[in-house]
Design a protein around this ligand. Structure first.
Ligand code: HEM
Length: 164
């Protein structure tokens, strides 16, 4: 950590608190430098971080998991409940839009839109969520663009060998 922080120019000075607001560029610079130092790709570092982070949610915010038994229900609740509560606590938070839609075949499509290039964070958290609830789903991702701008589609489908 010292090696990374000593070699990246951080306007905040590298001091972070949960109530502060920081440029996402700092995060990208830190993870980019960590990638250079470790030889692990940015994608793989962010995936490891996000999967770890999902486990921390469970420890830190158990109330959000109460009564939820399925990964799809949890993912749906991010846009409708969890990030809504986050916004109340942290009005300056820059949250992504994570619009979720169920298909008749039981799969879930999540459309990620954000002013920041953090789709891999979403991918990692969704992966962590699937793993947490038993790993019954596959995840596919695709970057796309429409009239509203860039987006990433996440398709969460039940594993073939794992019927509901
Ligand atoms: C599957 C579950 C979740 C997904 C996919 C998800 C997705 C994301 C993503 C991708 C971001 C980065 C911002 C961006 O892309 O613009 C974000 C930000 C954030 N999320 Fe979530 N999230 C999830 C669950 C949660 C939970 C459980 C909490 C709280 C306990 C939470 C709290 C936050 C907070 C505080 C931020 C930072 C906002 C800021 O300060 O700018 N998220 N979320």
């Amino acid at each position: 950590m010292d090696n990374v922080f000593d070699s990246v120019e951080l306007p905040s000075g590298g001091m972070y608190t949960s109530f502060g607001t920081y440029s996402a560029t700092e995060l990208l610079d830190i993870v980019g430098r960590l990638s250079e130092l470790t030889g692990t790709s940015v994608h793989d570092l962010v995936m490891a971080y996000g999967r770890y982070l999902f486990g921390r949610f469970k420890v830190l915010y158990p109330a959000m998991f109460e009564g939820v038994t399925c990964a799809l229900d949890f993912i749906e609740s991010v846009e409708t409940h969890i990030h809504v509560e986050v916004r109340k606590l942290y009005p300056d938070a820059e949250l992504p839009s994570l619009h979720a839609e169920r298909s008749q075949d039981g799969s879930l499509t999540v459309t990620y839109r954000s002013s920041r290039p953090l789709a891999v964070v979403a991918k990692a958290l969704i992966t962590g969520c699937i793993e947490h609830f038993g790993g019954h789903y596959d995840l596919a991702c695709q970057d796309d663009e429409d009239a509203e701008g860039p987006l990433t589609l996440f398709l969460v489908t039940r594993k073939a060998e794992d019927p509901a």
